[in-house]
Design a protein around this ligand. Sequence first.
Ligand code: C2E
Ligand code: CA
Ligand code: CA
Length: 284
Amino acid sequence: MEAGQLVVHYQPKADMRAGGIIGVEALLRWHHPEHGLIPPDEFIPLAEHTGLIKPLTMFVLEEALSQCHAWREDGLEVGVAVNLSMRNLYDPHFPDEVQRLLRSWRVEPRYLEFEITESVIMADPQRAGAVLGRLSALGVGLSLDDFGVGYSSLAYLRRLPVTEIKIDKSFVVNITNNESDAMIVRSTIGLARSLGLRVVAEGVESKQTWTRLVALGCDVAQGYYLCRPKAAYELTPWLHSLPTPPSLHPFFGEPPRSRPSVDEVCRRLSAAERIPAAPSTVAP
Ligand code: C2E
Ligand code: CA
Ligand code: CA
């Protein structure tokens, strides 16, 4: 951290229904002077074992909040999502530290969201539930990450103060050629809808997947097809170039009354890297 080798990249989340960016996910990168770029999947588990994950999370959180503040000063209404580890969720001091940072960066809690995997919650649901409850009381969003790979029951989900479900990319990647994966995505969307939660599909890599997700009723998409994770200095001009400015408008459950066509949504995201060029038909 001190040597400046850690960098936070940001990947946008797009509203598939209205066609705008609603926020970004903060993803940590380690630029090692000898070994080059080390992916988070390699060093995060190590940091979890050694206890270094706490300072790492605080580093990412502070970077994300200062960036959120800077974007808003720059006229960009962008929410930030930060990934949490088990140790954060079992740390009774964590919610106070979050509150302190929100105040010092003058960011309203609704601009912040935490992404937590089911396995982290399920390892000790009671302790995790206590910290989640306090985070939720602060007014920050809580997203259930990698949904589908764990074992959350409907009954258990209802008791958690989550605001968003993120369907794991392993299901999303195959929805155009694997009917059972498509069925899992469809039923997850139905489940989220009935609980009043927003649904995000991660790992959207192609036009076909985007189009199918729209047909399945998905709210939000994230993936290489729209935009890869980028450093803030690269993402900021990208956000400014969008025809529709980013806007934080969490819609829970009900679709907007007058819903724009898929073509219109694509037009609004036209500055995106490879967003579908107005698909003419949407497969059921
Ligand atoms: P995650 O939270 O599930 O993040 C999504 C991962 O999918 C990211 O990998 C992202 O770059 C990648 N991704 C995004 N779009 C696509 C796509 O279209 N296709 C494919 N195949 N992948 C896509 P990344 O950045 O390598 O991060 C991997 C994991 O490391 C994250 O998975 C998260 O669990 C963890 N991680 C990253 N940053 C942090 C952090 O600050 N704190 C903690 N605790 N974990 C982090
Ligand atoms: Ca995540
Ligand atoms: Ca994930």
